[in-house]
Design a binder for this molecule. Structure first.
Ligand SMILES: NC(=O)c1ccc[n+]([C@@H]2O[C@H](COP(=O)([O-])OP(=O)(O)OC[C@H]3O[C@@H](n4cnc5c(N)ncnc54)[C@H](OP(=O)(O)O)[C@@H]3O)[C@@H](O)[C@H]2O)c1
Length: 261
């Protein structure tokens, strides 16, 4: 096989939530593969620090402050990246949030709106804007960062609902935009050690339970997600669309049975 199909040389990528965690790891992997990478998030200083790391890999980078749930900010983001580099080949909808963890019986309307807006409305609005650019240039690849919590219900109720929505959005957009050579896929990670999930992995008891619940026996790190994102972004996955790849260290399959040897 021609391994250059895994290369992103000459491509332009936009990664939302690129200032830390999974988004940062994906942005760095894309830079290693040769792409020029734009990253967005709300806090510019955090983004600028990562943009500097990206530049040190010999590619161009761009840090843009942009709230994913605000359509006008996403429009400015897309205009900025297109204005700078003339095209967008890859979009990773990675920015996500979970502002409420508790029983849905007591959940309030603001939490529903905040979770939906960031995890589902925002990725749709940005995808729509970027797809306009991709259609014009003859194609592209969109990768949505969902979660296994969007496949199996979790204790983070609203979060699960938004991620299930993002998985269906992936399939719906893949169906509609395949005619424009725009591929749309999702990654469904299990627990990954980032700020978003620190309530779990920083607690020694919960952390051990979480590690033991996976076939591979440990909690993932952001770099564990980056390789799959690179595959889906690159031409190596040119015939893959509407797909959801679970990257969870074997959490959904579960650990080996204990026969009490
Ligand atoms: N960590 C896990 O266990 C896990 C598991 C499955 C799926 N995921 C998914 O993976 C993605 C990345 O999560 P992570 O774990 O890497 O989280 P993280 O470390 O908390 O990073 C979140 C990123 O998103 C940005 N962000 C948050 N709210 C935003 C908003 N309203 N507008 C624009 N950017 C925003 C943050 O920057 P600012 O704060 O500066 O905006 C940051 O760059 C999320 O979609 C998450 O749901 C995570």
């Amino acid at each position: 096989m021609n391994l250059s199909r895994f290369s992103l040389e000459g491509k332009v990528a936009l990664v939302t939530g690129g200032s830390r965690g999974i988004g940062r790891a994906i942005a760095l992997a894309f830079a290693d593969a040769g792409a020029n990478v734009a990253i967005s998030g709300r806090k510019l200083p955090d983004l600028e620090a990562v943009a500097e790391e990206l530049k040190q890999k010999g590619v161009k980078s761009l840090a843009v402050a942009s709230h994913i749930a605000r359509g006008e900010e996403s429009k400015a983001l897309v205009d900025r990246v297109k204005g700078e580099w003339g095209k967008i080949d890859i979009l990773v909808n990675n920015a996500g949030t979970n502002p409420y963890a508790g029983p849905l019986l007591e959940a309030e309307e603001w939490a529903w709106d905040a979770t939906m807006n960031v995890n589902l409305k925002g990725p749709f609005l940005l995808s729509q804007l970027v797809a306009g650019v991709m259609k014009e240039q003859g194609g592209g690849s969109i990768v949505n960062i969902a979660s296994i919590m969007g496949i199996a219900p979790s204790e983070l109720g609203f979060y699960s609902v938004t991620k299930a929505g993002l998985i269906m959005l992936t399939r719906v957009l893949a169906k509609e935009w395949g005619q424009y050579k725009i591929r749309v896929n999702a990654i469904a990670p299990g627990v990954v050690k980032t700020r978003l999930s620190e309530a779990l992995w920083k607690d020694p008891v919960k952390s051990e339970v979480a590690a033991k619940s996976k076939a591979l026996g440990y909690i993932g790190v952001p770099e564990d997600i980056a390789g799959t994102a690179l595959f889906l972004a690159s031409d190596a996955s040119s015939y893959v669309t509407g797909e959801v790849i679970v990257v969870d260290g074997g959490e959904l399959v579960g650990p080996a049975p204990d026969y009490g040897a």
